[in-house]
Each structure stands twice: as structure tokens, then as C-alpha cells.
Design a protein around this ligand. Sequence first.
Ligand SMILES: Cc1cc2nc3c(=O)[nH]c(=O)nc-3n(C[C@H](O)[C@H](O)[C@H](O)COP(=O)(O)O)c2cc1C
Length: 212
Amino acid sequence: MAIDLTQDRPEFLQSGLSHDELNADPIQQFELWFKQVTESDIIEPSAMSLATSDGLEVSLRTVLLKFVDDKGFVFFTNYASKKAKQIESNPQVALLFPWLALERQVKISGRVEKISMLESVNYFATRPKDSQLGAWASRQSSKISSRQILLAQFEAMKNKFKEGQIPLPDFWGGYRVIPHSIEFWQGRENRLHDRFIYTKSNNKWVLDRLAP
Ligand SMILES: Cc1cc2nc3c(=O)[nH]c(=O)nc-3n(C[C@H](O)[C@H](O)[C@H](O)COP(=O)(O)O)c2cc1C
């Protein structure tokens, strides 16, 4: 066996989670956990796994959370990428924040919508110039024969946009995941973990405990 982890048995002992301490609003509960995670040593706390499926294939990748509001969780990407194509065919997605150093994970299921172009323009304008050029230079998820092609494309874009502001590419912008369920998981001793799921029903959040 090249790797054998069958004797590895991490115990989760840091803390617990009870119904009483959870906020009635999962977005506010997420904000609280996010604040705690940013105060910890976890690198890239905003990194989340995004799962998409077109019905034939399931696909997963990391993206960065850029903002959260009452409507949902927003990330930015290329609107012609593989994930975008899958979202077009099936807007139901899942997100996972693996905050393992805190023995926590947050799992979100929801429907994706493009954010408004104005919101994307506003965010794009805050990005460093080289990241803006990077967005222009990459046809994300398409096959390329060498890194040289990518670098040449970057230089071409640098030249094209050498004067003035770099506009938002029409193939790039934000998506908002509008949650219909949000689960908070806290590891506990003996695999008796605490799990609470908020589910939207008649426009209200209902909170239930799940077996670990
Ligand atoms: C830490 C980290 C953060 C990332 N953030 C983003 C992001 O915010 N947006 C994005 O499009 N890709 C991001 N990526 C790259 C994606 O994981 C992925 O390679 C890319 O989006 C293409 O995915 P697709 O071919 O499934 O569409 C990130 C990767 C890592 C490891």
C-alpha cells in the first residue's frame, strides 16, 4: 500500500455547538464563524470548494468568496469556463468551507445567478492592474499548448490597454449562490459531531440538528 492512513484517528475536541447559541439567521451565523476563522491561523479562509454538475459529470474546484450579503455568497470567475458552462445547464451548486484547523466545515447548497454587471464592474475596478490583465489574457478552462501562449496573450493585453482604465471583460464577472440550505459542522469527541442545518421553507429559515 503506498499510503495507509487506517491507523490515523484524529479526535475533535476544540468546542461544541448547540441549538441555543445559533443565530436564527444563518447568514449572521456564517458572519460570526467567518470572523472567528479570520482571527485564527487558517490560510485563505475565504477559499471554498464549488461543486457543479451538468447531470452527466460532477466537477469541483476552489474559488474565493468575495462578499456575502442577505441574498447570498458571491465569487468571481470567467463566464466561459467549465464551471460557467455547468452552471448554465444546471444552476444548482454546492459550496464547502473546510475550516479544519477549527474542526469546522460549512456546507451550502443553492442556486446560482450572475450578479449585475454594475456589481462586477465595481469589483473588477478594485483588482490590481495585472489581475485585470490576467482575466483578459486567459480563456479559462480551454486547452493551450504552452505557457508561452498565455504570456504572449498577457503582453498583448498589456499593450492593448496601455492607456486608461482596463474595462471589464464581457466574459468575466460574479456569481451569487443563493442558499436554500446551510449546514454548520463542529467536530466532537468519539465522532459524535454537532451538525445543524438551516433550510429555507416558505421564505423562512428552519433549523434542525442532524446526526453526525
Ligand atoms: C486558493 C484558490 C483560489 C482560487 N480562486 C478562484 C476564483 O476566485 N475564481 C476562479 O475563477 N478560479 C479560482 N481558482 C482556480 C479554480 O480552482 C479553477 O482552477 C478555475 O476556476 C477553473 O475551473 P473550471 O475549469 O472548473 O471552470 C482558485 C484556485 C485556488 C487553489
